[in-house]
Design a protein around this ligand. Sequence first.
Ligand code: 5AD
Ligand code: SF4
Length: 487
Amino acid sequence: MAIMNIDENLEAILEKIDTNETVPESEPERQYYYIKLLRKLISDRSTALGRPLTACVQTFGCQMNAKDSEKLLGILTAAGFEETESEAADFVLYNTCTVRDNANQRVYGRLGYLNALKKENRNMIIAICGCMTQEPSVVEKLKKSYRFIDIIFGTHNIFQLAELLYERMTADEMVVNVWDGTDKIVEELPAVRKYPFKSGVNIMYGCNNFCTYCIVPYVRGRERSRRPEEIINEIKRLVGEGVKEVMLLGQNVNSYGKTLDEPVSFAQLLKMVEQIEGLERIRFMTSHPKDLSDELIEVMKNSKKICRHLHLPLQSGSSRILKAMNRRYDKEKYLALARKIKSEIPDISLTTDIIVGFPGETEEDFLETMDVVEKVRYDSAFTFIYSKRTGTPAAAMEQVPEEDVKDRFNRLLDRVQKISAEVCTKDTGKVMSALVEGVDSHDSSMVTGRLSNNIMVHFKGDASLIGEIVDVRLDEAKGFYYIGSRV
Ligand code: 5AD
Ligand code: SF4
């Protein structure tokens, strides 16, 4: 089910625009102008074809990209496209990720498939945006070897989709428009939300940390925080539309607000969000351990709405490797922080990201990582094989042989999975509240709900429960989820 954010406003805004006048310079007015121009183009094409034009947006990567895709789809539907999940569409947009090389390879592979589809629909328009296209070498490769792509744009100008699409539809050449960076935050464009009952909310963009393995600061630019009033207003509007749970999004939410004219801490922002009437649950992603304050722990502890889940990326348990990664904490500091959080908020679920095979990692370093895993006992951990990203400092460092990395990766994965299966039995028999997200994909007599600690529970129920928060007894632990029953 898709939800349009500023639906009724949209028609009123478009009504006022006169496309015979010159193009507005200011945003978002300029994009609304192009949306109106596109509407005419698309409706003419649709009349000629005798069917609606369809658009498909494919998202790769993280929650930030998922949020961006909702905005992209909002622009497309406002312009007159019908949303489809099939890539055999009139407009296909890949919103890409480049954090690890396998994400890039997947995109290149799928682009080949799109080319085959385009041969069957000569009017098909193919566009690519997101983190991959912020890399000049990728754009060069696409321009040279993927000539069938129509539009290439980046992470900083996603709000320009209507303008770029109009340009492509009125001239017969590839449109390439990627910005190096921006201090502009253009919001207030239409969006199509994937879930009626929960939504991501960007609180900041970019990252200033420059962890030596990570490409994100190069492709997402410097940290920019949105003003608290804007965030609060957006959440209030979402709540008015039926949203019960928000996920505050940023690469490093713990440094939120530091660069604002009137600085606000992340903990203070959380307190303001907590006040919003009708909002029931608050999540956030991602926290950097170096910036996680006592104030934040205190706010979480006293909150009725902040979910009992903290994602706290470890990356490595070796202080030597952490230094080489430029993480600005060491093993002891991380362990002390994890201990403090668990003692202050005993029912919290801790999850993490771990990289195996960072340049120079020895067996001893790896065992330090395993030691942290044993001590913290994560509810779940995302484990990654280090991927060399061109342009990052770590790419120039001495790489670890592949066999060693694979062996360590398998040992780590085995351990984190066993531990998380053990940790996930601890609440068996308890009654907890779950936000029902959908009908169970394997059994249509069941629904799937998310607990405050981010673990899923499956229980008897039907689609009428979707979006409701209900009490469920956790009858049986199944490793990474529970089977429960409504009480
Ligand atoms: N190689 C492997 N994993 C990486 N991550 C970021 N950059 C790399 C890389 N070059 C992981 C980190 C981060 C997560 C989103 O992706 O663990 O927390
Ligand atoms: Fe990358 Fe580090 Fe920024 Fe996270 S904090 S996005 S890992 S540079």
